[in-house]
Design a protein around this ligand. Structure first.
Ligand SMILES: *[C@@H]1O[C@H](CO)[C@@H](O)[C@H](O)[C@H]1NC(C)=O
Ligand SMILES: *[C@@H]1O[C@H](CO)[C@@H](O)[C@H](O)[C@H]1NC(C)=O
Ligand SMILES: *[C@@H]1O[C@H](CO)[C@@H](O)[C@H](O)[C@H]1NC(C)=O
Ligand SMILES: *[C@@H]1O[C@H](CO)[C@@H](O)[C@H](O)[C@H]1NC(C)=O
Ligand SMILES: *[C@@H]1O[C@H](CO)[C@@H](O)[C@H](O)[C@H]1NC(C)=O
Length: 647
């Protein structure tokens, strides 16, 4: 009976439940002094096509009847302060609270009729698709109901053990214009939908289990050139730490003088103390191997010298130290090299008690970007055979799913791919854990538009206020990943050909270098020529479709002459012999995207080769194109199709 009862239906069901709970879902993680709790469960959600609550982040084109809509931007901007270096440019929260009295943020609001959802959540992917010509969301954004306002509500608990701790809300990504209320109080937010952000809940969290968290997101129409997804589409966490703790993304590990005999590893640790009294803490950091198959921590390799520091009341403190590692296991791209990883475990202690534990995964590797030899990884010449990958998971939408992302990478690896450009925005943090472990070379990219727009309500609307905090937050989150080999701060921006564009590029380049001097700062050009001033600003030249030379050859004889230039790689190399050149995007609409029509014919677009190639221009009439709406060939301009493929 005993052995049978092991397999009783009830225990089998429980076993399934446990498996379901742990499979593909974010796991809680507790280390001495630090708790990271998944907040993915137990949300109530409602979406509104029109503004339901009388508020918006800001005025914008297409925002209906802004009369009477209260603009909440002044209360959101202070969330950027941690990422604005000049204190005189940081924001003060207005003394007055917003006037709007939004019922959805009140504890008393009855949300029992709202949909129950579990995060990550993308409300639009379930459809229905819009058909016809006069639609609120057209082809480029996926013809799916991405627009409007989404509200998410959930309760939070504060126990006696949380007394005196700092409690942070960590949102890995919210699409877009996220604004967060706790117990009716507007805490802050983050407009750009691709960045991760943290908000401090500590001052407004009450003892008990009835703290009301409410999050509002809003997606304007015409805000993107592709399906952006919606909602709380990545993991959301609650982080509980001591008042003295390692700051958000508060470590930076780099390596130098790397060989297979020795490597010098530097760590920079940023410690935050929010308590009202001075405090003395001891800081130690051990370095361990990581077991490549399980991702678990392995044998200890060494320790950085420990230090004791005195922190004054409410202060931040940075400490730097160095460790020599003998016979390091280097990180390199698969399959020719192995992606070995290490983990640094930093502990803060006070009165012989550990008050925080913070883990930083990193790799030891050297990169050389050489105008003649190309890319060398650990001294080995390495050809990048890469793809551009958007953040969605094809038909699954944008709700992050670890296994789906891992499967994409496995299939890419089977195809012989060893590189990914994160087109054109930062990915979920877990994706970079996967590229680290699987050995991909990553160009991590942030902006598709700077100050000049590509679509009328895209991120250019927030660029002036947010480019610095977005850029700094992006790099701080991702700079310990060995798979990231370059930062791209722009894709085909409108400003690429102008003098002012080069000045702006210089400013963005400078911010990237302040945050990480170890990697090249780049951006992709598709219209600038070799003498454009912006080319001087790139550490590596990134050309989409060979820069200004794109549409050469017989297949393009129908195009106006100004578009028909031969490939410009030789001209770029001649003008900038010291700089490596990458083909950062070479075949976007080869044949078609999302659905593949074979054979590839001149009518669909022409294949790229050494003397000829590129995709068809969206501008040009008198060309037979596949009409996605009617499902047939007809004469007309090619619409930019932006459904990304899950391979
Ligand atoms: C806000 O609205 C609620 C009802 O949703 C009402 O009970 C409360 O009195 C209002 N507060 C203010 C300050 O107007
Ligand atoms: C999107 O932008 C286009 C071009 O500016 C405009 O014609 C269209 O009305 C906009 N659509 C919506 C739903 O705002
Ligand atoms: C510590 O390291 C960081 C990151 O590398 C660097 O920005 C900073 O200047 C260093 N501080 C000192 C005092 O060397
Ligand atoms: C940014 O764009 C706005 C609107 O197009 C324009 O008025 C402004 O001059 C631009 N600013 C810069 C620095 O280019
Ligand atoms: C490149 O493509 C053009 C047009 O499609 C073709 O005529 C030419 O032969 C191709 N060249 C090579 C080397 O394949």
């Amino acid at each position: 009976m005993l052995s049978r009862s092991k397999f009783s239906p009830l225990s089998l069901a429980l076993c399934w439940l446990v498996c379901l709970l742990c499979f593909g879902h974010a796991e809680d993680r507790s280390t001495p002094g630090r708790e990271r709790i998944s907040l993915n469960a137990d949300w109530r959600f409602s979406r509104f096509e029109q503004i339901p609550d009388g508020v918006s982040y800001d005025h914008r084109p297409g925002l209906p009847d802004t009369l009477g809509t209260e603009i909440l931007k002044p209360w959101i901007l202070p969330s950027a302060n941690e990422f604005i270096n000049d204190p005189s440019e940081q924001y003060q929260r207005p003394v007055e609270e917003p006037l709007a009295n939004i019922s959805f943020v009140q504890q008393s609001f009855d949300d029992s009729a709202w949909e129950r959802v579990r995060l990550p959540h993308d409300w639009a992917i379930k459809g229905p698709f819009y058909a016809g010509d006069d639609v609120p969301v057209s082809g480029p954004m996926g013809r799916l109901p991405v627009h409007g306002v989404g509200w998410y509500r959930r309760r939070l608990t504060k126990s006696g053990q949380d007394e005196g701790k700092s409690v942070f809300l960590d949102i890995d990504g919210a699409m877009s214009y996220a604004m967060v209320w706790l117990n009716g109080h507007l805490i802050g937010g983050w407009p750009f939908g691709y960045n991760s952000f943290r908000l401090d809940l500590t001052p407004y969290l009450r003892r008990g289990d009835d703290n009301q968290l409410a999050i509002r997101v809003e997606n304007p129409t015409n805000s993107s050139r592709w399906y952006p997804g919606t909602g709380l589409y990545r993991n959301v966490w609650l982080t509980k730490v001591d008042q003295t703790h390692i700051a958000q993304d508060g470590t930076f590990v780099t390596s130098r003088s790397v060989s297979d005999k020795w490597a010098t590893v530097d760590i920079s640790i940023n410690i935050q103390h929010t308590g009202p009294a001075p405090r003395r803490v001891k800081v130690t950091t051990d370095v361990h191997h990581v077991d490549p198959s399980t991702g678990r921590i392995g044998a200890k390799v060494g320790s950085f010298p420990s230090t004791s520091i005195s922190l004054s009341a409410t202060s931040q403190h940075q400490i730097n130290s160095t460790l020599q590692i003998r016979r390091p296991n280097l990180w390199g791209p698969s399959p020719r090299q192995k992606p070995h990883l290490y983990r640094a475990i930093t502990r803060l202690s006070s009165d012989n008690r550990i008050i925080d534990t913070y883990e930083t995964q990193f790799g030891i590797r050297s990169l050389t970007f050489d105008g003649e030899k190309g890319l060398l990884v650990n001294g080995q010449r390495t050809k990048i055979q890469g793809v551009n990958q958007h953040h969605d998971l094809g038909a699954l939408g944008t709700a992050f799913n670890r296994r789906a992302a891992e499967r994409q990478l496995q299939l890419l690896q089977e195809l012989g791919c060893n590189g990914i450009r994160m087109a054109h925005n930062p990915p979920a943090p877990e994706l970079l854990d996967l590229t680290d472990r699987m050995g991909f070379l990553v160009v991590n990219e942030i902006f598709d538009a700077w100050n000049a727009s590509k679509t009328e309500a895209d991120s250019s609307l927030i660029f002036a206020d947010w480019h610095e905090p977005d850029l700094r937050a992006f790099i701080r989150r991702d700079r310990n990943h060995p798979s990231v080999i370059a930062w791209s701060f722009g894709n085909e921006v409108e400003e690429q050909k102008s003098e002012q564009g080069a000045v702006l590029a210089q400013r963005l380049h400078g911010i990237v270098k302040q945050e990480d001097p170890t990697r090249p700062a780049v951006q992709s050009l598709h219209a600038a020529g070799p003498s454009a001033p912006i080319v001087q600003v790139q550490d590596v030249i990134n050309l989409n479709y060979q820069g200004e030379g794109t549409f050469d050859g017989p297949a393009y004889s129908y195009l106006p002459a100004q578009f028909r230039k031969r490939p410009q790689y030789p001209e770029f190399h001649k003008a900038h012999p010291d700089k490596l050149i990458w083909g950062s995007e070479t075949a976007a609409t080869l044949s078609s995207r999302g659905t593949y029509f074979f054979p590839v014919t001149r009518e669909m677009a022409a294949p790229l080769n050494e003397t000829d190639g590129g995709n068809a221009l969206p501008c040009c009439p008198k060309r037979m194109v596949w009409n996605y709406r009617h499902g047939g060939l007809q004469e007309g301009p090619i619409l930019p199709i932006s459904v990304t493929v899950a391979p």
